[in-house]
Design a protein around this ligand. Structure first.
Ligand SMILES: [Zn+2]
Length: 387
């Protein structure tokens, strides 16, 4: 027996109007200073003001929020007592809203104590709406990525099915201003959110359907959105595809590229999207024989004609790298500007953090410590993985 969990999703032009139809008299909006400066907070507040509501704003969410940052949001929530929380922004804002929502509803819990096995009993005080301004899929999944500064690690098991927002609003106005580099890196991360659940050990029929179609859409529309940032159709298609792959990954888990990606993020403060994007061609090469038919399916869905699993997967790796080159994204850690000495100083931490990431264990091929080390060396030098 298994579950598939999804928020209600309002998508397309003017879908923000659905926000004023949501019940809630006291609304806490959780966002960051950039979203405020870009005028997106005003759009949301104006929509909320169509009805008699008290509105409070927390606009100081940090990138990949720390426990301390989440605690600040929770303190505002305890003071204001919202019955509706709106996470507005990229993955960090939505994840901060999710985690603060838990602390607000369950003051007896500590963040590090939350895992998928914890019964939270949310929605006694408030409900959650997500308005994504990027392509992280956080609006559709039940995970929050938080930074535990005390232990210098990212908490990737802060997860519960109860954290899936009640409503995700995908209004294309909110992704039009995403800069080109962020579009490339976060768009590639969205692609990996389709690839990893399609091949991993927790895949299922529902996630398969969303994963494959999101991959097809992202290969088509990501380069268009990158080449012409004002292409509203391409942006809208990317937005939908990213939430679809977010649903796939949220319901079937991620894989090794997210294990290595989180480790790279900690070691080099590299963005999540870039670190996951650099990882994926190497992770496909490492995992290919454990899910050969699955990688061939992905290849065929993006129009690769080769029939044999091996040839199809070779072409898939090439097409992925071609896409990265098109998006001006580095193909190795060296190309990304990591020095040899910086890499050598961090390799032990990279191996350790990847080895203990929960996502590593659902990958089609689970690496041992030596294999993780060799994988990072290939990733640094840009050499194919052939072990
Ligand atoms: Zn990701």
């Amino acid at each position: 027996m298994w579950w598939f969990t999804s928020p209600n999703i309002a998508f397309g032009e003017d879908s923000l109007e659905q926000l004023s139809a949501v019940e809630g008299k006291r609304v806490l909006v959780v966002t960051d200073p950039v979203i405020r400066r870009l005028g997106m907070l005003d759009l949301v507040v104006d929509e909320l003001k169509k009805g008699p509501r008290a509105i409070e704003v927390f606009d100081q969410v940090e990138p990949e929020p720390s426990f301390e940052n989440v605690e600040k949001v929770a303190t505002v929530a305890r003071g204001f007592q919202p019955d509706l929380i709106v996470g507005l922004g990229g993955g960090s804002c939505i994840d901060a809203a999710k985690a603060a929502w838990v602390l607000y509803e369950r003051p007896d819990l500590k963040l590090e104590a939350v895992s998928p096995l914890t019964k939270l009993g949310l929605r006694k005080k408030a409900r959650l709406v997500a308005i994504s301004t990027t392509f992280t899929g956080s609006d559709a999944n039940w995970v929050a990525v938080l930074t535990d500064k005390a232990h210098n690690m990212k908490l990737d098991y802060f997860a519960s099915r109860e954290l899936v927002p009640d409503l995700s609003i995908l209004d294309p106005r909110f992704v039009l201003k995403l800069p080109r580099e962020a579009t490339a890196h976060i768009g590639l991360d969205a692609l990996v959110h389709g690839i990893e659940p399609y091949v991993n050990q927790w895949r299922n029929d529902f996630s398969d359907a969303l994963a494959l179609h999101s991959i097809r859409m992202l290969f088509e529309y990501l380069p268009k959105a990158f080449d012409n940032p004002n292409d509203l159709v391409a942006r809208q298609k990317m937005q939908n595809a990213a939430t679809m792959s977010g649903l796939a990954a949220g319901n079937a888990q991620f894989g090794l590229a997210h294990g290595t990606g989180h480790a790279l993020g900690i070691a080099f403060h590299m963005s999540h999207g870039l670190s996951v994007a650099i990882s994926i061609p190497y992770v496909i090469q490492f995992s290919r024989h454990a899910a050969a038919e699955r990688y061939a399916d992905i290849a065929h869905v993006i129009g690769i004609k080769e029939e044999s699993f091996d040839e199809a997967t070779d072409r898939l790796v090439e097409r992925t790298k071609d896409l990265m080159v098109h998006l001006k994204t580095p193909l190795s850690l060296r190309e990304a500007g990591i020095s040899q000495s910086g890499f050598e100083q961090n390799i032990d931490g990279l191996v350790e953090n990847t080895g203990r990431a929960t996502v590593t264990f659902v990958n089609p091929r689970v690496p041992d410590v030596e294999e993780i080390r060799k994988l990072f060396v290939c990733m640094y030098e840009g050499k194919p993985v052939d072990f």
